[in-house]
Design a protein around this ligand. Structure first.
Ligand code: GDP
Ligand code: MG
Length: 264
């Protein structure tokens, strides 16, 4: 069947997926849907929740940061606000990350994919020492892929689209790992417009001009920069609600693993 991914199966070590994206882009729902589909159609994934502040985890979780650190206690103990509490909790957890590695390695025989759900606010992961430690450690030990989740519904505005893509670009630049963009929520809006904008820079320009941007020149040079970024990136449409896009996503992971093997 199409969903049998020979490459993933041949791999001796689990492929690690680090799921990143703006708050509300649908990371947790994506992890939930992906986990459910993998349970049904392939081997069960190993799932790790790195968000200390989420109320509930809507998927079967193997390692939950909340079992190790209580972010409200951390806030009290170090007199921090919510953001400081979340960052410090992730830092505390990162000091024990060798144990997470050991657990994933133990599961290597039976697991093809390990999935990492990250804190709601993306900068907690991308602008913290712990985020770097976690992604560098995973990237050094396992075939690791960054899955960048984008809210397609919000991205119909070209300016929002571009700022989100620039953020994705800066993460790629910083983490230097194979990268998949997941255009999420296609049950609401098709991601066709995004594929067109990424393929044809002039179509994007037209959209920006219709948007009456005050920074036409800046938009133009930024989208030229992004053009370079788009060339190296795989984009997949997905619905974390319906599961549409699952097989295309698995194929993208497969290709990213090949890239990892040849370039890292
Ligand atoms: P996170 O902050 O990135 O983890 O985002 P969540 O997974 O908590 O999702 C944020 C909101 O978007 C929730 O209300 C979800 O129900 C909704 N959502 C997530 N994915 C989808 C999707 O594919 N389609 C639709 N329609 N809604 C979604
Ligand atoms: Mg979440």
């Amino acid at each position: 069947a199409e969903i049998d991914q020979p490459l993933l199966e041949r791999h001796k070590k689990p492929v690690c997926l680090i799921v990143l994206g703006m708050a509300g882009s649908g990371k947790t729902t994506f992890v939930q849907q992906l986990t459910g589909l993998l349970h049904m159609k392939k081997k069960a994934p190993y799932v790790i929740n790195l968000d200390p502040a989420c109320r509930e985890v809507p998927y079967p979780v193997n390692i939950d940061i909340r079992d190790t650190v209580n972010y409200k206690e951390v806030m009290k103990q170090y007199s921090l606000g919510p953001n400081g509490g979340i960052v410090t909790s992730l830092n505390l957890f990162a000091t024990k990350f060798d144990q997470v590695i050991k657990l994933i390695e133990k599961k290597s025989e039976n697991t093809e994919i390990a999935i990492f759900d990250t804190p709601g606010q993306i900068e907690v992961f991308t602008w913290s020492a712990s985020g770097s430690i976690i992604s560098e450690t995973l990237g050094a030990l396992f075939p690791t892929v960054v899955v960048y989740v984008i809210d397609t519904v919000r991205s119909v505005s070209p300016v929002t689209f571009m700022s989100n893509m620039l953020y994705a670009c800066s993460i790629l630049y910083k983490l230097r790992l194979p990268f998949i963009i997941v255009m999420n929520k296609i049950d609401v809006v098709s991601h066709k417009f995004a594929l067109e904008w990424m393929k044809d820079f002039e179509m994007f320009e037209e959209a920006v001009e219709r948007d009456k941007s005050h920074h036409a020149n800046l938009s133009r040079s930024l989208s030229l920069t992004l053009d370079e970024f788009y060339k190296d990136i795989t984009t997949v449409g997905f619905s974390a609600v319906t599961g549409e896009g699952f097989e295309e996503f698995l194929a993208a992971v497969d290709a990213a693993v090949v890239e990892y093997e040849t370039e890292y």
